[in-house]
Structures are given as structure tokens and as C-alpha cells.
Design a protein around this ligand. Structure first.
Ligand code: NAI
Length: 336
């Protein structure tokens, strides 16, 4: 099985170095999209990441090039036109869970840094500025944290927050019985969560019904001075509304690992270029906004698991076994 591996990053290559017998990998730095899809000629499988754009036109080219499998190295699949993949009969497999701890721990690291202004203190001390002015944070202990989405990652995040002595409010149409049994979280309606939380963290997938769920109207329901954390998907937040909320002080800060227009920006070194995205540029001017470049998953454990499950998915397909990690337009509809 010949695999075209797109959007290759140096940090992941070593985890894919020991491929099982029968699989051969060619690494491409380029992202897969309709311009680069012709590179897939002569391959059987494409292996893709969140920055690859598998729209209908791209998938049609894959079909013409006799690609038999799309293997995603991610949990999220909102960058794949599943209906088109179904139409061209190319199965799509993903890595549904690799390390919920990696993402939940990063969310908590962002929250702690934002609150205690570690990002500012680090820069200041390196400049021999040892002043403490402007660095006042608050105790997490005793605060209320609202967790939106208590699946694999949100439930781990809720338990971490409980460990800090926070009261955890949760919102998810599917409740996690373990969180209730262990008295970690109390499920409430979304309005109550917005109204009661000092910190709100997003752990829902990007779906039509969650797109821009954080907007002018939802921000208005939040406690004045709340902190917002997003390690899920950028488009959960309307960035213009977030900027207004930060300017007015309705939100006291935001910690973001994802951004709606991150494609073409995140994962790249653009340090010698002019940033063209004005909303991101504005967000970067706030001292109370902390942005990381979609790195919440980036632990050794998660990368090893991603490689292991990706190889297993490809071998399951090649050896004619069932595909437990397949996603299709039909399964997607059933799960939403
Ligand atoms: P999951 O599928 O285990 O949990 C998602 C939860 O959201 C489910 O419990 C579901 O019932 C709930 N949900 C769905 N629609 C909802 C709604 N409208 N309101 C409230 N809850 C809703 O997914 P998991 O593994 O916890 O991942 C969550 C998200 O994290 C992924 O969709 C992905 O976008 C993001 N992610 C980000 C990474 C990063 O590096 N920043 C890495 C991995 C995932």
C-alpha cells in the first residue's frame, strides 16, 4: 500500500518512521487541496491532517487517481466533504481519540497562564523588568468553571478543574454519568452556565449548530469579567464579537488554541511576513489574549497514539477487516 502523507511536520515524522511491512510512505510538506491533489497519482492512500482541504473537487481528483482510502491523522473531520467521499466510494478513517489528557491539560495550562499572566511575566523578566504591576490574577479555588461539551476531552478538563477546587457546571445533551457520580460537575442549561461561570471552556465539535455559538448574544449572557478558553475549533467563536467583548471588558480575557481562519497561518513560520488577517492581528494586541497555534494535542503520547491508530486503520482496510474508525456522511448525521 503506497501512502501519500500530506502536511508533514518535522515533529511527527519520527513517529511514522517505523511503518509496518507492506506500507510505504512518501512524505509531502504541502497540504492536500485541489491544487496539490494531482501529486497523488500512483498512490493508494492519502494520510491527512487538519490543514488539508478535502473538498469535493479534491476528492474527485483522488478518485481519478485511484486513491482507495483517506486516513486522517486527526479526530476532527470538518475539513472533509464526507458526502463527496461517500459518492466516490472512498472510505474515510480517523483517529477518534489519542490523548484527551493532552488537550485538556493544554486548556488548563492556557487558563493558568492567562489568569496569572505567565506569558507577560516571562517576557518581562527576560527584559530585566521585575515589576509586578499589572500581573494580578485570581485564585482558581472556589471559582465556577463552565464546561461546554463533556465528551472525552471536556470530561478530563472538568476533573482537572475539580482538582483545583472549582465548582464545575457542564452543558452537553449527552451527560457523562461518571462526572455526576463522582460529584465532579453539575449539568445545567446553557444560559445558566453562561450566567454563573467565571471561566468558560469549549469542548464541543464544530457543527452547524455550534458554529459561532460564542457571539454577541451569548457573550451578553456571561458574567462580566469571565475568561474564555477554546481548544476545540476556531469557528465556535465569532472573532469580531470576541474583540468587542474584550474591548468593553465584558470578557476579561481569552485563551485560544484555535482560530476560525487559522488555515494557512497556524503551523507556519510567518515571522518575516506581514500578517494579512486583521482580526487575528487585533487579537494579538490584547495583553489579556493568549494564543497558541493549535498545539493542544502536541504531546509524545498523543503523537505515538496517532501513528499507532493510523497504521492500524490502514492495515484494517488493506487486510479487509471492518473499519471501526470510519466516518461517513451517514454516521456523521447519526451522531449529531
Ligand atoms: P467528543 O466527541 O468525545 O466530545 C464532544 C462532546 O460534545 C460530546 O459529548 C457531544 O455530546 C458534545 N456536543 C455536541 N454538540 C453539542 C452542543 N451543541 N452543545 C454541547 N455539547 C455538544 O470529542 P472530544 O474528543 O472531546 O473532542 C472535542 C473537540 O476538541 C473536537 O471536536 C475537536 O474539535 C477538538 N480537538 C482539538 C484538538 C487541539 O489540538 N486543539 C485536538 C483534538 C480535538
Amino acid at each position: 500500500m503506497k501512502i501519500a502523507f500530506f502536511s508533514t511536520h518535522r515533529f511527527e515524522k519520527s513517529f511514522f518512521a517505523e511503518n509496518p511491512p507492506g506500507l510505504s510512505i512518501s512524505f509531502f510538506d504541502a497540504a492536500l487541496n485541489r491544487q496539490t491533489a494531482p501529486l497523488t497519482q500512483g498512490f493508494d492512500c492519502v494520510c491527512c491532517f487538519v490543514s488539508d482541504q478535502l473538498d469535493s473537487a479534491t476528492i474527485e481528483i483522488l478518485h481519478r487517481n485511484k486513491i482507495r482510502l483517506i486516513a486522517l491523522r486527526s479526530a476532527g473531520y470538518n475539513n472533509v466533504d464526507l458526502a463527496a467521499a461517500d459518492r466516490f466510494k472512498i472510505p474515510v478513517v480517523r483517529v477518534p481519540a489519542y490523548s484527551p489528557h493532552a488537550v485538556a491539560e493544554h486548556a488548563s495550562a492556557l487558563l493558568l497562564s492567562l489568569n496569572r499572566k505567565i506569558h507577560r511575566a516571562f517576557m518581562r523578566v527576560r527584559d530585566l523588568n521585575f515589576s509586578l504591576e499589572g500581573l494580578v490574577g485570581f485564585d482558581l479555588y472556589g471559582k465556577t468553571v463552565g464546561v461546554i461539551g463533556t465528551g472525552r476531552i471536556g470530561s478530563v478538563f472538568a476533573r482537572i478543574m475539580k482538582g483545583y477546587g472549582c465548582a464545575v457546571l457542564a452543558y452537553d445533551p449527552i451527560q457523562d454519568e461518571g462526572l455526576i457520580r463522582d460529584s465532579v460537575a453539575k449539568y445545567v442549561g446553557l444560559s445558566e452556565l453562561y450566567g454563573q461561570s467565571d471561566i468558560i471552556s469549549l469542548h464541543v465539535p464544530l457543527l452547524p449548530q455550534t458554529n459561532h455559538m460564542i457571539n454577541k448574544a451569548s457573550v451578553a449572557q456571561m458574567r462580566r469579567g469571565a475568561l474564555l478558553v477554546n481548544t476545540s475549533r476556531g469557528a465556535l467563536i465569532n472573532a469580531s464579537d470576541l474583540i468587542e467583548a474584550l474591548k468593553s471588558g465584558q470578557l476579561a480575557g481569552a485563551a485560544l488554541d484555535v482560530y476560525e481562519e487559522e488555515e494557512g497561518i497556524f503551523f507556519k513560520d510567518l515571522s518575516d511576513q506581514i500578517l494579512q488577517d486583521d482580526l487575528l492581528a487585533r487579537l494579538l494586541t490584547f495583553p489579556n489574549v493568549l494564543i497558541t497555534s493549535h498545539q493542544a494535542f502536541l504531546t509524545r503520547e498523543a503523537l505515538a497514539k496517532i501513528a499507532e491508530i493510523t497504521f492500524r486503520n490502514i492495515l484494517d482496510f488493506e487486510q479487509g477487516r471492518g473499519l471501526p474508525n470510519q466516518v461517513s456522511a451517514e454516521t456523521h448525521l447519526r451522531s449529531t
